[in-house]
Design a binder for this molecule. Structure first.
Ligand code: FAD
Length: 470
């Protein structure tokens, strides 16, 4: 039976190196059939993330061909699609790298149960995180709710060693049929945005490794001081690659640790930021409602506003608050948003516009190419004040003073808001090419007046907060 093939079900692990599942599969010495399924869970992801996933799949398929293999594409719910593939190939087992969001856990548990009940092998492996969510425990044996002790516990652990990329993957005697990636139309919902966003993406494993090297060589030393300034290219931008598993967090960890040991001043801060990603996954694994319900129940009675015309102006980058609008437009033009800008845009929506954080969460999920369900949920609840380890609600970012501090020369704001310049830069103009035509926007329009005076919006939020507590 040793020559029966194994199915390798790839999901958010689209790389060859540092891949525990792939290493384990190769050790079996059997023919391997890599597959990606466009299942309902994947169909449901946001427009930008789905488009970006399509780019990643194309790159990964080419990479697999380089090691004598292929990426088989199939559409349909995982249990049925895998059963069909097993019938087509005579495979006797399926292996995959774990995912930790509630929808994936439900799907994977059902798949594992069905496969095993039918007598097939079903094995899951780590690789998406620095540590499995259940491996980092408090002294009492439960999950962490606060970052600092979580981080202390995480950094004491031995992080998985690096693993070589295979030179060859043993192919099956014959390949099963595959869909064509073009037919999946992964970019259909991105429409005009795709062409604008494309130059800002660094797609695939090779690009991710180059990005890491460039960051370590050119930016790590100044990371701690410069990371909050959105006009400065100071951060790694690896979130996009981590999301699709084009690079292993363990690879980033070991590379940064090496720099830390060599005395590189920015490495400690960078590692602790990387730790936030694991913390987000730790939280959503242990508290699956993180993306849907207020973490702190006392927020359930807060008079959040639902979706509204104001929220629509926020979505369009037309609030009249330049730092907020620059942030939103950065997202349409590049597919991502600087971390400080995310905090300011989210704070403005949840505090000055008193809008339910879930309205913002859903919009980011639709527009970010680095969308990550755990970090997005943690980020929104943190800013809104409803989350674990959250910023207190009364700490309200003032976008104007934040702009003075973190964008003192207005470079970031001018880069993305055409209406602020006589000769707008290319990125500012690209925004008008990226957004839906139906918005009928033009760079020649006057920049809008603020939706609400900042002090008035702040006071309205504080009054609502005080009334809730009374
Ligand atoms: P770097 O500064 O280079 O950091 C290195 C890595 O550490 C990042 O790639 C990321 O994996 C991790 N990291 C850094 N900061 C955080 C953080 N605050 N939370 C979690 N992980 C972090 N991040 C996403 O990857 N996807 C999201 O959908 C997402 N949504 C967010 C929504 C809101 C409202 C907020 C406030 C933050 C969100 N973040 C999200 C976290 C953070 O903004 C991004 O991870 C970061 O901007 C990515 O840029 P970078 O790769 O250059 O980060």
């Amino acid at each position: 039976m040793t020559d029966t093939p194994l199915i390798l079900w790839f999901r958010r692990d689209l790389r060859l190196a540092d891949h525990p599942m792939l290493t384990a599969a190769l050790a079996n010495g059997r023919p391997l059939i890599p597959v990606f399924l466009l299942d309902p869970e994947t169909e449901a992801i946001g427009a930008a993330a789905k488009w970006r996933l399509g780019l990643s799949l194309a790159d990964f398929a080419t990479r697999l061909e380089g090691v004598g293999s292929r990426l088989i594409l199939r559409r349909g719910a995982a249990p049925e699609a895998l059963a069909r593939l097993i019938a087509d190939t005579g495979a006797t087992g399926v292996m995959w790298s774990r995912a930790y969001d509630p929808a994936s856990i439900a799907r994977d548990t059902a798949v594992k149960t069905a496969l095993r009940a039918a007598g097939y092998g079903a094995e899951s492996h780590p690789g998406f995180l620095l540590a499995e969510p259940w491996q980092v425990e408090t002294g009492q044996g439960g999950p962490y709710r606060v970052y600092t002790p979580f981080w202390k516990a995480l950094r004491q652990r031995d992080i998985a060693p690096l693993l070589p990329a295979p030179k060859q993957l043993p192919p099956p005697e014959s390949w099963p049929t595959s869909d064509r990636l073009e037919d999946w139309q992964m970019g259909a919902a991105m429409r005009r945005g795709a062409a604008v966003c494309l130059p800002h993406q660094a797609v695939g494993e090779a690009a991710a490794l180059t990005r890491l090297d460039d960051f370590l060589d050119q930016r790590l030393a100044r990371y701690a001081e410069a990371r909050d300034f959105p006009a400065t290219p100071a951060t790694s931008r690896l979130s996009e690659n981590l999301t699709y598993g084009e690079i292993a967090p363990a690879r980033i960890w070991h590379a940064a640790m090496h720099r830390l040991d060599a005395g590189d001043s920015g490495a400690g801060k960078f590692l602790s930021e990387l730790g936030w990603r694991d913390f987000a996954w730790h939280l959503i694994y242990h508290f699956p409602a993180l993306a849907t319900e207020n973490w702190r129940e006392e927020w359930d009675g807060f008079p959040w506003r639902g979706d509204s015309a104001d929220a629509e102006r926020w979505r369009r980058g037309l609030t009249g608050e330049p730092f907020v609008d620059a942030a939103m437009r950065e997202m349409y033009v590049t597919g991502t948003m600087h971390n400080r800008a995310r905090m300011i845009a989210a704070s403005y929506l949840t505090k000055h516009l008193m809008t339910d954080w879930r309205v913002g969460l859903a919009w980011f999920a639709d527009c970010l190419t680095d969308w990550d369900p755990a970090s997005n949920a943690m980020g929104w609840q943190w800013v809104a004040g409803s989350g674990p380890d959250a910023a207190p609600y009364f700490r309200i970012f003032n976008p104007a003073t934040q702009a003075e501090k973190f964008d003192p020369n207005a470079v970031y704001r001018r880069r993305f808001i055409a209406e602020l310049s006589r000769t707008p830069p290319a990125d500012a103009l690209s925004y008008f090419d990226a957004v839906p035509r139906a918005w009928a926007l033009s760079p020649d329009s006057a920049y809008p007046k603020p939706l609400i005076a900042l002090d008035k919006g702040r006071q309205r939020a504080l009054d609502a907060y005080a009334a809730r507590k009374a």
